[in-house]
Each structure stands twice: as structure tokens, then as C-alpha cells.
Design a protein around this ligand. Structure first.
Ligand code: B1M
Length: 210
């Protein structure tokens, strides 16, 4: 069934994809696992776009399907929300990049895991990151980026945090489909998170070991 979901999203069959996701959620499949399959489907969409089979409206449609499925998954997750306090996270999609579906999923799961999340949205300049870090003194800063040009913006953001004298106070993680450990090293971040679960594990580890 989850394989079917991947194919339906990749083929942009909105209604059937939503119905299948609903069936999976109601059947007790872990919402996080469903979202991971959705991410796999968007890789296929991305490839078809690169190969000239899909165009911008198709990217938009895949984004819409993903948003709707993540809302479904989130409504199921809310039941598990606890009441403690794990730490503060300032998060955003870096300057020049407007992709936010993955970032929103990560922010949601962080909140569901007791982090106080300050989500700055998309196209966030280094100055806005610095301003928010000064204001709320977070434990963790998260930068999301889906475009390879976002790597430059990530580096500029880390540099701005250093110049503001705030680098030692925060741990920085990056995420987004094209990122990896090497990108994290090259932009001066502390780590790369491959998905929401990994991001939560990293943030929890940092907060508890400080
Ligand atoms: Co765009 N797009 N897009 N797009 N888009 C990609 C990223 C692309 C790879 C497609 C492709 O060509 N194969 C390509 C980038 C190529 C590159 O730079 N090398 C691309 C392009 C080229 C573009 C435009 C330039 C197209 C154009 O206009 N010519 C344009 C750029 C606009 C801009 O940002 N300035 C553009 C626009 C768009 C839409 C607006 C239409 C739409 C986004 C809608 C939205 O976000 N609200 C869109 C979409 C949907 C995609 C694809 C198909 C799907 C992205 C997505 O949402 N994935 C994408 C193809 C792909 O990713 N392979 C593509 C699902 C999401 C759940 O995964 O974001 O990876 P992801 O998040 C994961 C993990 O990565 C991780 O956790 C999440 C959950 O597992 N994670 C973090 C993410 N952030 C994290 C942060 C963390 C920790 C973990 O801590 C801080």
C-alpha cells in the first residue's frame, strides 16, 4: 500500500493519493513513515522535472499533495504530544530558497517532541537569523535548503552568527534533500539531519549533553 502511495504521488494523482494516505493513517501506519514515503515520491517528481517530463505546475502540484498529506499525518501525531520542555530551536529556510514542506514537517515534529520552535519561514536572511538568536537565545539553530545555491546562504548565515559573537552559544544543524555531512562541514554547521527523526535526535542529544 505505501508503494502505491509513492507511485500515486509521483504520478500526481491527488485524490487517490490522499485517499491512500488516509487509509494508511487510519490503518495505524506510523505517520512519520508515511511522510518518508512521500519524500521518496518527490524525488521521482524531481527527476521527471530534470528530464523535462514535468514542469513547474507539476512541482507545485506535488507540493500541494505533500502539504495535504502532511496535514493528515500531523492531525494523527497531535494525539501523542507531551507537556515537557526540551529546549529552544530557531529554524528557517535560508535566503533565496522558498521550499518549506520539509522544514515545516521538521518544525512540527520538533514541537511535538517538546521543543519550543521559532519558525522564521522561508527566504530568511542571515540578519534575521542573527536577530532572532539574540532575542530568544536558542539551544539549536536549524537551516533548511533544497536548492544547491542555498549552500552559499547557509555558509553566510553561519558566518553572520560567528561575526555576531553568537556561534559558541548555539548548535547548528542543516537539512534538505541535497544536503549531507560534507555540506554541513563546508558551511560550518555542527551536523546534518537527514529527516525529522534524525533532527530531533540530534537536538535532544545536544540539549542533554550541554
Ligand atoms: Co523545487 N526544486 N524549485 N519546488 N522542488 C527541487 C528542490 C529540485 C531538486 C527539483 C529537481 O530539479 N530535481 C530542484 C533543485 C535543483 C538544485 O538546486 N540542484 C528544484 C528547482 C530547480 C526549483 C525552482 C528553481 C524551479 C524553477 O522555478 N525553475 C524553484 C525555486 C524556487 C525557490 O526556492 N527560489 C522551485 C520551486 C518549487 C515549488 C514552489 C514549485 C515547490 C515547493 C513548494 C513548497 O516547498 N512550499 C517545489 C517542489 C515541491 C520541489 C520538489 C519536487 C519536492 C521538495 C519537497 O517538498 N520534498 C524537489 C525535488 C526533490 O526534493 N528531489 C524540488 C519533500 C520534503 C518532505 O522533503 O524538503 O527534503 P525535504 O525534507 C526532508 C529532509 O530533507 C529533512 O526532513 C524532511 C522530512 O524528511 N529536512 C530537514 C528538510 N529540512 C530540514 C531541516 C532540518 C533537518 C532536516 O533542520 C533544520
Amino acid at each position: 500500500m505505501s508503494e502505491k502511495l509513492v507511485n500515486l504521488i509521483a504520478d500526481l494523482q491527488e485524490e487517490e493519493a490522499l485517499a491512500t494516505a488516509r487509509q494508511l493513517i487510519e490503518g495505524g501506519t506510523d505517520p512519520m513513515a508515511i511522510l518518508e514515503r512521500c519524500r521518496e515520491a518527490t524525488e521521482i517528481v524531481g527527476k521527471r522535472f530534470e528530464q523535462g517530463q514535468y514542469f513547474i505546475p507539476d512541482l507545485l502540484m506535488s507540493g500541494e499533495i505533500l502539504q495535504e498529506i502532511s496535514e493528515l499525518a500531523k492531525s494523527r501525531m497531535k494525539k501523542g504530544i507531551t507537556t515537557g520542555y526540551a529546549g529552544k530551536v530557531v529554524m528557517g529556510t535560508v535566503e533565496g530558497d522558498l521550499h518549506d514542506i520539509g522544514k515545516n514537517i521538521v518544525a512540527f515534529f520538533m514541537e511535538a517532541n517538546d521543543f519550543q520552535v521559532f519558525d522564521l519561514g522561508v527566504d530568511v536572511t542571515p540578519e534575521k537569523f542573527v536577530e532572532k538568536i539574540r532575542e530568544v537565545q536558542p539551544d539549536v539553530v536549524g537551516m533548511s535548503g533544497l536548492l544547491t545555491v542555498a549552500f552559499k546562504a547557509m555558509k553566510e548565515t553561519v558566518d553572520a552568527i560567528k561575526e555576531a559573537g553568537l556561534r559558541e552559544q548555539v548548535k547548528i544543524m542543516i537539512g534538505g534533500a541535497p544536503t549531507n555531512e560534507q555540506v554541513a562541514n563546508s558551511v560550518g554547521a555542527d551536523a546534518y539531519a537527514k529527516d525529522a527523526q534524525h533532527g530531533i535526535e540530534l537536538a535532544k542529544h545536544w540539549v542533554t549533553s550541554c
